[in-house]
Design a binder for this molecule. Sequence first.
Ligand code: PMT
Length: 401
Amino acid sequence: MLEGKIVLLGISGGIAAYKSAELARLLVKEGCTVQVVMTEAACEFISPLTFKTLTGRPVYCSLFEKSHSSATAHIDLAREPHLALIAPATANIIGKIRAGIADDLLSTVLMAMDRGRSPVIFSPSMNSTMFSSPAVRDNIKVLRQRGYLVVEPGEGFLACGEVGEGRMVEPPQLVTYLKSIIAREEGDYTGLTVLVTAGPTREPLDPVRYFGNLSSGKMGYALARAASERGARVILISGPTALDPPEKVHLSLVSSAREMYHAVMEEYPNVDIVIKTAAVADYRPEECFPEKVKKGKEIEVKLVRNPDILKELGLNKKGQFLVGFAAETEDLLDNANKKMKEKNLDMVVANDLGVEGAGFATDTNVVHVLYRDGFVEEFPIMDKYQLSHLILDRIISLRSS
Ligand code: PMT
């Protein structure tokens, strides 16, 4: 996957720069051409000679180096790579790129890169208090909004002696991540049809009232967008939301659980992957009053069961890959696991509704992903679009294994 790719490895000045030597070695082993650009501070931590030896290429550290064959070296360096990885990325380089400051070779090259063509990925590494400071959090948020990719750092012992979030992700994991980025760029979902359900359902009580829930559709729409960007034909079956549908996605609007059931069942035989993010009402009023219910004496509403769409899909599976979501307020993993078995799913994405930034109507989510073999993967808080790509990475690699 990485063979033949040109990777710009940007190294800024942090202690984790020693890990970048291993990263460069692994990338070369994968068949990449690795072009290293270091900041002055990075050169204090590790010698450019190390990278020159590992990559077999000159290493650039300054805008005004005599060894540059061209007067516009920063533009040449920006044009060549298929992607750029800044590892470690310090608070300084993150802040500079957010603010548009290009005052050394690395920041100038990054600013000159055409991100429509070459993704730029930051792998932060810093003290945990720095990482959680409002300035760094805000800079990362803005970079992501502008299309840069920022890998969440790991937790553990930091060089400063503290324990917390801020460790640079280990080189083998970064290599795996780069592979998934290249796969996305190359359209790894081309030829596949993905059905996504999103949003809430509305279960009518009378012509103007319904039973509903807080789902905004953000999770499902983000998944539909990400799958479409990766080349899939996407069918988005959505309950009522205030969102604009992603481009190139076939949108089917429904309201109640029963409408969603019929829409899903009609498409099911012709799809490869189903991702059910919709918050489907398990119950509906048995009776929908034909006229608006007037206030007066108390009324009793009998609720009856709606069809369990996902269970039905699981029972009638003919090669489709089925992904369920589980929204839980207690016993997250046990309940999610139960759903996987009861509904014959291939994967469950479980959000713990008690965690801040997770679940309904937020821009972010915090999930555990459960697999059929019992493995459970925990993801840190991230925006729903970024999470969508990670979920799609997992689905595609399981389908092809
Ligand atoms: O839309 P957002 O505001 O972005 O919020 C996202 C979300 C919280 C809605 C989403 O992340 C999520 O968790 N969706 C599933 C919510 C849910 O209904 O969970 P559940 O545990 O009740 O259902 C489990 C699975 O069965 C779900 O995939 C659901 O789509 C499916 N189901 C449930 C009931 C039913 N009658 N039919 C179904 O197909």
